[in-house]
Write a protein that binds this ligand. Structure first.
Ligand SMILES: C[S@@+](CC[C@H](N)C(=O)[O-])C[C@H]1O[C@@H](n2cnc3c(N)ncnc32)[C@H](O)[C@@H]1O
Length: 397
C-alpha cells in the first residue's frame, strides 16, 4: 500500500506548532517539534503557500514562473521542508476525543428530537419580541440562539461552557446571524454581561430533569443577567413518578436477582446469592426510554413529585412525602421518573411514557421500592422524593 503522503494529491500544511525567527545572516530558523532547521529567506514565501492544506505539486507548479534555477532550488526546498516535518500530511493532523456535551452524537439526538426542538422554536417565537436582548444558557449547536435571532432579538448572548461553543459560532456565521449573536464560552454562573436581558432561553433539562441544575442556573440568571420582569423559556417543570411493575427481564439484565444467582451457579459453579443482599438497598436502576417504559404495567396513576416555577424558585425542592393507592398489583414495585415542561403558554414537552413522542431524545430514571417487593391492589404506598443533592432520589415503603 503506498503511503498516503506519497500520493500525488496528498495535502500538506504547516506543522501546527511551528515557530519562525529571522537570523542576522538573512536566513530563517524554523523550529518544530523541538528541532531547528535553517533555510533561505525564500522559504517564507513557500511556507505561506502551505498556510492551508495544498498538494505539493500544485505549489511547485506555481513556482515555475520564477525561472528554472529558482524553480529547482524552491522545489528541493519544499521537499526538504516536508522531510524535516515542517510541512505535514494534512490528513494526519491532530485528532480529538470528544467528551461530555462536545460529543456530536449527543447533539444529533437532541436536534433529531424534532418534537423537542420545534416546541422550543415555537415557544421562542411566542416569547421573544423584536428588539429584545436574549440570553441563551447552554447553546450547544446554537439552534435556539438562531431561533431567538430570527424572532427579532436585537442581541443574543449564547452562553456555552463546552467546546461545542466553537461549532455554534460557525452555525451563526453560516446563517448570517453572527452580527447579532455573541458567543460567551463560560459557565453561566461566572458570566458577566454588559446589559441585562429581556428573555432567558435554556434547555438544560436532563434525563433526571433537575440534575443539570436548571433551578440553580435559572436562579443565578434571574439575579444577575436578567431584567426584573424578564420572560423565561421554559416557564415551569413538573416532575412525576409513574408506579409500575418492574419486568423480570429488566431486573435480570440490571441487578443481582435470585434468578441470576441460579444461572451463574449453574454456569460457573459459584454461589452468588450474597450479591442480592448487597444490592438490597440500592434504589436506582438504569434509565429507560419512555417508549420502552410505556410497555410496562402501571400500578397507579402518575404521582406529581414537584412543580417548579422557573420564574421564581431559587432552590431545588426539599424532601417531599406523599402517598398513593395501588390500583393494580405488582410482583416488584418500581417507579419511572419523568417530567413535563411548559415552554410558553400552551406549548410543552413531556417525557411521560404515555405521552412522549417517538423521536424523544430523553430517557427516564428508574427506581425500585426498597424494603418491599410486591404490592396488592388497594394498598397505600408511602413515597419520599428528594432532589436536594441535585440528583433525584425516590424511596417507597
Ligand atoms: C441539553 S444541551 C442543549 C443544547 C442546545 N441548546 C439545544 O437545545 O440543542 C445543554 C448545553 O448546555 C451546556 N450547559 C449546561 N449548563 C451550562 C451552564 N450553566 N453554562 C453554560 N453552558 C451550560 C452544555 O454544555 C450543553 O451543551
Amino acid at each position: 500500500m503506498p503511503d498516503s503522503a506519497d500520493a500525488p494529491d496528498a495535502l500538506f500544511v504547516l506543522a501546527p506548532e511551528i515557530a519562525l525567527s529571522l537570523r542576522g545572516d538573512g536566513h530563517v530558523q524554523i523550529s518544530v517539534g523541538g528541532r531547528h532547521h535553517v533555510a533561505s529567506i525564500r522559504s517564507l514565501g513557500i511556507l505561506e503557500q502551505f498556510a492551508r492544506p495544498r498538494p505539493i505539486h500544485e505549489v511547485v507548479e506555481g513556482l515555475r514562473a520564477a525561472g528554472m534555477e529558482e524553480f529547482i532550488e524552491s522545489t528541493s526546498l519544499v521537499m526538504r521542508l516536508r522531510d524535516e516535518g515542517v510541512l505535514v500530511d494534512a490528513t494526519r493532523g491532530s485528532v480529538r476525543v470528544a467528551s461530555g456535551f462536545d460529543k456530536p452524537w449527543v447533539h444529533v439526538a437532541m436536534l433529531d428530537d424534532l418534537t423537542r426542538t420545534r416546541a422550543f422554536a415555537l415557544a421562542i417565537r411566542e416569547v421573544v419580541r423584536p428588539g429584545d436582548v436574549v440570553v441563551e444558557i447552554g447553546t450547544g449547536t446554537g439552534v435556539l440562539a438562531v431561533e431567538a435571532a430570527r424572532a427579532g432579538a436585537r442581541r443574543v448572548y449564547a452562553i456555552e461552557e463546552g467546546g461545542i461553543a466553537e461549532a455554534a459560532r460557525r452555525v451563526f456565521e453560516a446563517n448570517g446571524v453572527s452580527d447579532r449573536i455573541e458567543v460567551v464560552r463560560e459557565r453561566s454562573t461566572r458570566v458577566k454581561l454588559p446589559e441585562q436581558a429581556d428573555v432567558l432561553v435554556s434547555e438544560v433539562l436532563g434525563n433526571d430533569p433537575l440534575a443539570e441544575d436548571i433551578v440553580g442556573i435559572f436562579g443565578d440568571a434571574r439575579r444577575r443577567l436578567l431584567k426584573r420582569d424578564a420572560r423565561v423559556v421554559p416557564r415551569s417543570v413538573d416532575v412525576f413518578a409513574l408506579p409500575v411493575e418492574l419486568p423480570d427481564e429488566f431486573l435480570t439484565s440490571h441487578t443481582f436477582t435470585d434468578r441470576n444467582a441460579a444461572r451463574w451457579q449453574q454456569a460457573l459453579g459459584i454461589d452468588f446469592r450474597p450479591l442480592a443482599t448487597f444490592a438490597a438497598d440500592i434504589v436506582n436502576l438504569p434509565n429507560v426510554k419512555p417508549q420502552e417504559a410505556s410497555r410496562w404495567s402501571a400500578v397507579a396513576d402518575p404521582v406529581r413529585l414537584a412543580r417548579i416555577g422557573l420564574q421564581a424558585v431559587d432552590e431545588p425542592p426539599s424532601e417531599m412525602v406523599t402517598s398513593f393507592v395501588a390500583t393494580h398489583p405488582a410482583r416488584v414495585l418500581g417507579f419511572v421518573l419523568y417530567f413535563e415542561a411548559e415552554l410558553a403558554p400552551g406549548i410543552g414537552i413531556s417525557t411521560s411514557p404515555s405521552a412522549s413522542a417517538d423521536d424523544n431524545c430523553w430517557s427516564c430514571r428508574v427506581f425500585r421500592a426498597v424494603g418491599r417487593r410486591d404490592v396488592a391492589a388497594g394498598e397505600t404506598i408511602r413515597l419520599e422524593f428528594s432532589a436536594a443533592t441535585g440528583e433525584s432520589v425516590l424511596r417507597a415503603f
